[in-house]
Write a protein that binds this ligand. Sequence first.
Ligand code: 5GP
Length: 183
Amino acid sequence: MTGRLIVLTGPSGVGKGTLLTALLARHPELYLSVSATTRSPREGEVDGTHYYFYPRDRFEREIAAGALLEWAEFAGNYYGTPIAPVQAQLDRGRSIVLEIELAGARQVASIFPDALRIFILPPDLQTLETRIRERGTESEAAILSRLEQAQVEIAAQAEFDFQVVNDDFEIALAELDRLVSPI
Ligand code: 5GP
């Protein structure tokens, strides 16, 4: 069986991370790509587990070396997917999940047209704002930038193969589970 590339996109605060953790618990065969970023670690985030935390010059060297499958700037920081682990997993026939924002998802779609692309939606913008604020990890400027970007991303939802609304967590998880399960 060949590995599949699965792309999960959706606005900041929509609950992608929590959904993914639950999805991976149900699907141990799925491998989650660890992204690189220049943003500072949040409390509890571990380098190499949640992200590879790079200074900007290191990130720019990775771009120049062609070491990233895709990358984008989001709310003032760089984010990107190291290419080597993705290639290694696909070569082994394992499926890999990328949790990335819109510009990166578009790059992946042009490189891997067969990737399964799923967009996670909030029930509405007000709920999204409440979730981001309750997380309490971002400055006011970062919150506003993320909310602005959320509207841009939501407007592009139709580019994705499937849309999943994260209103009731269990329903959203069941839907995701169905989408990633081999037929
Ligand atoms: P956060 O700072 O909240 O962890 O992530 C901000 C945004 O960056 C989220 O939408 C997340 O999906 C996206 N992101 C995380 N890793 C990557 C990546 O490797 N590439 C791209 N393009 N976006 C990423």
